[in-house]
Design a protein around this ligand. Sequence first.
Ligand code: ADP
Ligand code: MG
Length: 582
Amino acid sequence: MTKIFNDPSEFAEEALAGFCDLHSDLVRQVPGGAVRRHRPAQPKVVVLAGGGSGHYPAFAGLIGPGFADGAVVGNIFTSPSAQQAYSVAKAAESGAGVVFTYGNYAGDVMNFGMASDRLAAEGIAVENVLVTDDIASAPPSDIAKRRGIAGDFTVFKVMGAAAEAGAELSEVVRLGRKANDRTRTIGSAFAGCTFPGAQAPLFTLPEGQMGLGLGIHGEPGLHDTGLPSARELGQELVSRVLAETPPGAGQRIAVILNGLGSTKHEELFVLWGTVAPLLRAAGYTLVMPEAGELVTSLDMAGVSLTVTWLDDELEPLWIAPAETPAYRRGTATEPDGAITREETSDGGTSAAEFAATDASRDYAAACVAAIRAARTLLHGAEERLGRMDAIAGDGDHGRGMVRGVDAAADAAAAALEAGAGAGDVLSAAGDAWADKAGGTSGVLWGAGLRAFGECVGNTARPDGSGLAGAVTAFAHRIVQLGKADIGDKTMVDALLPFADNFARLIADGQEPGEAWTGAASAATAAAEATAGLLPLKGRARPLAGKSLGTPDPGATSLAMIFTVMGPHFTAAATAADPVEAK
Ligand code: ADP
Ligand code: MG
């Protein structure tokens, strides 16, 4: 149970602020995360680690000489937004390029990808290195689909050391990918973890049971077994990892025995007593092994075993010195000439100016009302959506949607107040949604709303076919970013039936209000029908079987939101009189 907090929704931000104050000799807080206190005298490649909060010391605890140059810090178990990644990169970048490195989760891939596009458009060299070490999350034939867990630590360490030694961007990336290709992890959980303020753990295991193959977001294990002795557990972990020895691997390995949050060091040492002899008996030399908390999952009870097969290139990088708040090895110092960063205003936004017609401003008021209706709905549905997501995902869907819609409603109202037309109001809402919600659904909803707004524009009040075009743009953007097909068990399964039906009913001559109601019913039915599907995209995929019988949370929330937004979007589209803002 997480016991120390104020407002649970501010937990991640307050933890980051406290951490940055405590370690102000090494790190400096910036919008979106933290960077090293010192800026290098010479341009160097900056290695930016990232992901959600709740995994300390991953990721901000690893900022410092020899390790990461900065961390992009999302909400608990939730990908940071593209804006956060962009902002941290801008604060850290020193002229030799940026590499974002993170575990392979859809939300992170999309958000860091969008930030990379934006940096590249400004002429900044940028690359992404994904960690895919979790052997329980996909079979060897599907290795690229594996998620990243404690192997983050070795991969980030190798890249940080390479960048510190002056390697250029392509070289840092090559070495990071090589380390990832040679890293394998298996985890097991004994008890779930609890979000700050939550009444119940994300998942539970029956007393005396262990879930093998856990993810670091509390995704339950792939299968449960009786709790073994430490000796049996060590044998199980070692044999599973060694069964996945990469081709061409040598006999020198880095080893991490990682505690997930509430496993004591003494327990790890007992387990090490089995793990180390087994590895040595298999002919391996253990190079600077680690046992401790390196990548955690809030207060989860559990362990994972990571092995990275070293070679002549990787070993010196693994053993190179590092000096970070959470991890020290040897004596690493800032290179001579490093410059202390002063507080700057990077990442801030200036007030925008809006051009719009009165008709579009009237319609913008209806858009604000639509988003407010979604906000009321989502506050009521938060817990239910979270429970649905916890069955095979990470349980954050309700919370993420509420954070997103709250930010969207505030940004939309502020834009309206500042004189924005409907297009700018919706775009501002989308940007705020993506920035504050994080996660997969956050980036998709944010980008979708922006596309919807760009299509509606700031001049005319849309008619039926204009609305159909905007709905189609919303759907296209989400499919383009998330690359999900119908039947993958995602929000797309409700979204495409909505968009197709709405466009068809409008083309058949129905009034927008009537067409929207028809399309929303189709979306609701399609969302319910996802209960029979196995998830093929997103976090729920590794636990596909568990999700059978439960509808997809993202499809469910989408159908609900479209249903309540409809009257606002459509009445104002057809109404002769302007609609008043509420
Ligand atoms: P996260 O998966 O990052 O925890 P959420 O829990 O907020 O994010 O959202 C989960 C929902 O996101 C899923 O129920 C699904 O509808 C949707 N989703 C996941 N991956 C994709 C994708 N590639 N394309 C479209 N929707 C997706
Ligand atoms: Mg989730």
